[in-house]
Design a protein around this ligand. Structure first.
Ligand code: TPP
Ligand code: MG
Length: 341
């Protein structure tokens, strides 16, 4: 489709440049390829576990664009591949985590998909749901205490995680102290096999914000531009000292919870197929082509390049050695002390 000013001017882009819109799309494609690769490697017996962000691509790529690199801090959860990529981790760093190799930032000793990077400002986290949220609030408290006014924390979790006590305690504390933090809930309607309706009687998570005295907002997480606008405004609010915001992005989990789960034991294929009609990846591709931001030929070239990058990252990470058994207690106990001695 030819590039026309009229088509471009119709796009509500919230200040995002063509370059940023293309970067968001590349991130979304990359998430899909890396997701599939993780599942393939698991079925080949090469990695013990994988899970995917499929269905969360737009939400995560859009939110990452609102993160100020070198300043903000991200406290993510295990499904946040697109946020990790979007704040600067490479597919190779992602693969090092999935393959649990020694060169991984955690020395290959974290759970797969639990990325961290001090350089990128990505906090290390655990699999215990909501355990990272008080940590994130602690970082926000430190930013305020040190008068580092231009920094904010972005902390994410799933819908099911909002049932944890730590989630409520963290938001309450952050609201009282007006901390520079944004609580972003990625609502994909499921918590493994527990549907939203069995998790809460009042299904609009964003409305809980009023109970803590802070603003809340729900947005379409299948739309990366709408996501960016919501997260950008909330992060700016946090950075300008006005306090926290609770955001709820609506999306869907297209894959099983993880490679250890069979979702057909608790939801129907028809439900998944119905949500596929709104798949954010082809929808965003069509939008960019319609507005002349990418031509169909450029889309094809981009897809090839993203797959090449995924293949290179896989091969390079697989060729790396595992951690040595003798390193088991490094960073765990001070000095050379061994617990059995
Ligand atoms: C405290 C705690 N309870 C239970 C689990 C097991 N568990 C792992 S993921 C998960 C579902 C979480 O769902 P949600 O917060 O909606 O995130 P999603 O996986 O859907 O993105 C559960 C119950 C856990 N890791 N930690
Ligand atoms: Mg969920």
């Amino acid at each position: 489709m030819p590039k026309t000013d009229t088509a471009t001017s119709k796009l509500e882009r919230h200040g995002l440049t063509d370059k940023q819109l293309r970067a968001i799309f590349r991130n979304m494609l990359s998430q899909r390829d890396l997701d599939n690769r993780g599942f393939q490697l698991n079925r080949q017996g090469k990695v013990p576990f994988a899970l995917g962000s499929e269905g969360h691509e737009a939400l995560q790529a859009g939110a990452a664009m609102a993160f100020a690199r070198g300043k903000d801090l991200l406290a993510p959860y295990y499904r946040d591949l697109g946020l990790a990529l979007g704040i600067g981790l490479s597919p190779y760093e992602i693969m090092l985590s999935i393959f649990a190799r020694a060169a991984d930032h955690n020395g290959g000793r974290q759970f797969p998909n639990h990325y961290s990077s001090k350089k990128a400002g990505l906090l290390s986290f655990s699999s215990i749901l909501a355990a990272h949220i008080p940590h994130a609030v602690g970082v926000a408290y430190a930013f305020k205490y040190r008068h580092e006014g231009d920094r904010a924390v972005l902390v994410t979790c799933g819908d099911g995680t909002t049932s944890e006590g730590e989630w409520h305690e963290s938001i309450n504390f952050a609201a009282i102290h007006k901390l520079p933090i944004v609580f972003l809930v990625e609502n994909n309607e499921w918590a493994i096999s527990t549907p939203l309706g069995k998790q809460m009687a009042q299904p609009e998570i964003w409305k809980r914000a009023a109970g803590y005295g802070l603003p809340g907002k729900r947005f379409n997480g299948f739309d990366p531009i709408e996501t960016y606008a919501a997260v950008h405004d909330a992060m700016q609010r946090a950075r300008s000292g006005e306090g926290p915001t609770l955001l709820e992005g609506m999306c869907y989990r297209f894959l099983a919870h993880s490679t250890d789960d069979n979702d057909m034991t608790y939801r129907t294929k028809e439900e998944v197929v119905a949500h596929r009609k709104n798949d954010p990846v082809p929808r965003f591709e069509a939008l960019l082509v319609a507005h002349g931001i990418l031509s169909p030929a450029e889309v094809e070239a981009l897809k090839k390049d993203v797959m090449r990058e995924c293949n290179d990252a896989t091969d390079a990470a697989e060729a790396q050695p595992y951690p040595q058994a003798s390193d088991l207690y490094t960073h765990v106990y001070e000095g050379a002390w061994q617990p059995w001695q």
